[in-house]
Write a new protein. Structure first.
Lengths: 239, 239
């Protein structure tokens, strides 16, 4: 079985301008790992139509699943839905089912379904809605592209909604050995262990803590027996 | 004057696997903003030669500056330097000046300049070294691509070394107004203010806090007078 792959596209200026630290990438990476889907690429682009169209078309051609976050709100700088429609060359307009969701929420909360909010019912032709249990305004899936909100609580709810429906795989498991030696001392024996355990991936992550150099060795595999064997070899060398 | 642009490429499985939260992107985004360089795109790819070559060649053609982090250590999965050489179609080998730096450090710290560490002296032909005041092993610049370590302390030191040498611009300044209203109530008047202040960019960032919806409105501009005028208009509407 081929392992399904994924890419994530974050849309908006929030991270690029240094204003905030990302939260959604970290959340999605963890959830995809549990679902057995290999996250191969993350991208962040600004609220720029050409940038979004270019990235979406590149990523959807190369990976099984593409998840986007951000730019589907009610304001003038929210251009994700229109850009996704442009990327697919399809039309876009206010859709009755999306409008009905917005209308029901407005009535329930006593808020106004104004022109700005109604923009959030603009959905590209042929898309399937993604339920938003937090604030109503839906995301949508078009082809292999799943378009979600950027607000972390809503993004997480939409991921929880969509992920069980995606083709998944056998989850990658991992074990980490923390070694109190600099990477340069570990690298030689590590390469030998990696060479005789080709069925696992072994990553090496150097760190500096209180002025001391250390290395985290992380074994990853979909095969638990292979994982344990390789981990035991690491412990024998470095433990 | 054209505003210089930048992209950042993070290389490695650490973020993609959900193991760690990024720190270097956040640091670089803030530093570039201060330097007046527009960060237009962030990408994260795994330690995969084709993925690195493809991303580097795409980004260096589209942006003034490209900064990479990660994958220049001594272990078997550190393939950034070789991949950069492949992207530029140049040779790569152990370089005398880089070896001398590694040798001097080994003597100073009483450590061994073993084969693994010597790999960190492999530098693509024609590159300029980037000084590493923390652990010795240099980064390098080749064309408009600046290749730095992934360990945050070293990455930050290399950014501090390189950034003053890059073409910069007038820094973008920003002011933020925190509004205790959901984005859907703010969007209409906000679009009008944005339309009559085309010389600033106005971003809108919704949040949910203790179950209440609010919106941060961020005005950005290189023109301080225009920034203050637009910010005053926001305060008059929403303050």
């Amino acid at each position: 079985m081929t392992t399904p792959t994924a890419a994530m596209l974050v849309i908006g200026d929030e991270i690029l301008s240094g204003r905030t630290r990302d939260a959604n990438m970290y959340h999605l990476a963890g959830m995809l790992t549990k679902a057995g889907i290999d996250l191969k690429e993350l991208r962040v682009v600004s609220d720029d139509r050409d940038a979004i169209v270019g990235a979406v078309n590149d990523l959807r051609a190369r990976f099984t699943h593409v998840i986007t976050s951000g730019g589907i709100g009610p304001t003038h700088d929210d251009i994700t839905a229109d850009s996704i429609a442009a990327a697919f060359g399809t039309g876009i307009g206010i859709r009755d089912d999306a409008r009905a969701i917005m209308q029901a929420r407005a009535e329930r909360t006593g808020s106004e379904l104004n022109a700005a909010r109604l923009r959030m019912a603009r959905i590209p032709d042929g898309a399937t809605l993604i339920h938003n249990p937090i604030s109503g305004a839906p995301g949508f899936s078009l082809g292999n592209v799943h378009v979600m909100a950027g607000v972390p609580a809503i993004f997480q709810a939409m991921v929880a909604e969509v992920l069980p429906k995606l083709d998944g795989g056998v989850p990658v498991e991992s074990r980490t050995l923390r070694v109190p030696s600099p990477e340069g001392m570990v690298a030689g024996p590590l390469a030998e262990i990696a060479a005789i355990h080709p069925d696992v991936s072994i990553g090496s992550y150097p760190f500096i803590e209180d002025g001391m150099y250390g290395t985290n060795l992380v074994v990853r595999s979909r095969d638990r027996a292979a994982l344990e064997t390789a981990f035991a070899a690491l412990q024998a060398s470095f433990g």
